[in-house]
Design a protein around this ligand. Structure first.
Ligand code: ADP
Length: 172
């Protein structure tokens, strides 16, 4: 089973085989953690995303899916871009949020990545309530069928760290 740990901090500084980016479908950069990863990783990530758009993903990366690029100047070797769902109180999109995590782990398996760091996907601009985002993230990773040995959630602020701590305590 994958070993899950938590850390408060900036995911762009994390040394792991792969870090996960909460991207948008367009894959060409945005705000939040996406902007931070592109800024810190440099143009190699953006160029790889442009190649994906020009070849296999002309319409962008669907919600709940994952795709890898090199990590440019980051300490990690790979960036696995996922698209989380925008929160909608009128529609249950939980399966898509769980899918963002499980598809990221499947891509990590394809890359042979043993350690993967995740941000709190959909919990920023996409508006997912933090406690629920944390519960879905932790259970998706803990129950995933993967060869990834170490999964680390890297939470940017204290509130997110506390939400993920509570979710991990409840799940283990
Ligand atoms: P989304 O559009 O999927 O909601 P955001 O980037 O807006 O993605 O937010 C996702 C989470 O990432 C939020 O909890 C936000 O605080 C956090 N975040 C922003 N920058 C960083 C960073 N450098 N490292 C880790 N987490 C970050």
């Amino acid at each position: 089973m994958v070993h899950v740990t938590l850390q408060q901090g900036d995911i762009t500084l994390v040394e792991a085989d792969a870090i996960v980016n909460a991207a948008n479908s367009g894959l060409l950069g945005g705000g939040g953690v996406d902007g931070a990863i592109h800024a810190a990783g440099g143009p190699e990530i953006r160029a790889a995303c442009e190649r994906l758009r020009a070849t296999c993903l002309p319409r962008g990366l669907p919600t709940g899916e994952a795709v890898a690029t090199p990590a440019g100047r980051l300490a990690a070797r790979h960036v696995i871009h996922v698209v989380g769902p925008v929160y909608d109180p009128a529609e249950d999109r939980s399966a898509l949020l769980r899918s963002a995590y499980t598809r990221a782990l499947a891509v990590a398996d394809e890359l042979g990545a043993a350690s993967v760091a995740f941000p709190a996907v959909s919990a920023g601009v996409y508006g997912w309530p933090l406690d629920d985002a944390a519960r879905l993230a932790v259970t998706a990773v803990l129950t995933a069928d993967t060869r990834v040995a170490q999964a680390r959630f890297v939470l940017f602020d204290d509130r997110a760290y506390r939400a993920f701590s509570a979710a991990l305590a409840a799940a283990s």
